[in-house]
Write a protein that binds this ligand. Structure first.
Ligand code: E4P
Length: 219
C-alpha cells in the first residue's frame, strides 16, 4: 500500500520524505489555509512537488465544470506531479471527463459512497478518495464503504486507485491495508504514531545499555 501525507506543511513533508516512505501528498483548501503565511500558493505547491517527486493532489475551488477545468489546467502547469482534486458533484464529473481526455489526472474528492466512486471511475478519475474518518464521525463505519468500493472495482477490473482518506489514527491505516486500499493518506501525526512501539524503545535501551558494558566499538 502506498503512503501519502495529508498536509500542506512543507516541514512535515520534508520530515516524512526523509524516512524514504513517502509516495505522495494530498492537500485541500483547509490544509493550505494553515500555510497562508508561507507565501505564494503556487510556489508552495511547486516546493511540495519537488520534495515529494510523486503525486501531489491540489484542489480546485470552482463549482462549475468550466471553471474547474480552467483551474485544473492552471494547477497542472505547476508540475508534472500535480493531481487535480475535484469534488464528487455533477459538475465535477463533467470536469473529470474533460480532464481525462486532456490527460490530466483527477482525484475525485469528498467521496462518501461506493455509488459516487463508480461515477468517479466512469468519468475517468485516476483516483477516488473515500473520506473514512468523516463517515466515522457521523456514526457510520467508513471502512465498509472502502471495502465495497474495492469489491466493485475488482469486479470490473476498474483501475481507478482508491485513496483511503480522512485518516484519523493508525488503526485506520491497518484497516486500509487489510481491505486493499491502494493508498492511505494521513496526517504526519499518524506516520509518527505508526513507527512508535513501546517494546522498540525498551528493547533499544536494553541493547544500548548492554553494549555499553562490553566496551566494544563498531568503528
Ligand atoms: C483527503 O484527501 C483529504 O484531504 C483529507 O483526508 C480530509 O481529512 P479530514 O477529514 O481529516 O479533514
Amino acid at each position: 500500500m502506498q503512503l501519502y501525507l495529508d498536509t500542506g506543511n512543507i516541514d512535515e513533508i520534508k520530515e516524512i520524505a526523509a524516512w524514504g516512505v513517502l509516495d505522495g501528498v494530498t492537500t485541500n483548501p483547509t490544509l493550505l489555509s494553515r500555510e497562508k503565511d508561507r507565501g505564494d500558493y503556487r510556489a508552495l505547491l511547486k516546493e511540495i512537488c519537488d520534495v515529494v517527486q510523486g503525486p501531489v493532489s491540489a484542489e480546485v475551488t470552482a463549482l462549475d465544470a468550466e471553471g474547474m477545468v480552467r483551474q485544473a489546467q492552471s494547477l497542472s502547469k505547476i508540475s508534472e506531479h500535480i493531481v487535480v482534486k475535484i469534488p464528487c458533484i455533477p459538475e465535477g464529473l463533467k470536469a473529470a471527463g474533460v480532464l481525462f481526455e486532456e490527460g490530466i489526472h483527477v482525484n475525485m474528492t469528498l467521496t462518501f459512497s461506493p455509488l459516487q466512486a463508480i461515477l468517479a471511475a466512469n468519468a475517468g478519475a485516476a483516483y477516488v478518495s473515500p473520506f473514512v474518518g468523516r463517515l466515522d464521525d457521523i456514526g457510520h463505519e467508513g471502512i465498509n464503504q472502502v471495502a465495497r468500493i474495492r469489491e466493485i472495482f475488482d469486479n470490473y477490473g476498474i483501475d481507478t486507485r482508491i485513496i483511503f482518506a480522512s485518516t484519523r489514527h493508525p488503526e485506520h491505516v491497518m484497516q486500509a491495508a487489510l481491505i486493499g486500499a491502494d493508498i492511505c493518506t494521513m496526517p504526519a501525526k499518524v506516520f509518527r504514531q505508526m513507527v512508535k512501539h513501546p517494546l522498540t524503545d525498551i528493547g533499544l535501551k536494553r541493547f544500548l545499555d548492554d553494549w555499553e558494558k562490553t566496551g566494544f566499538s563498531i568503528e
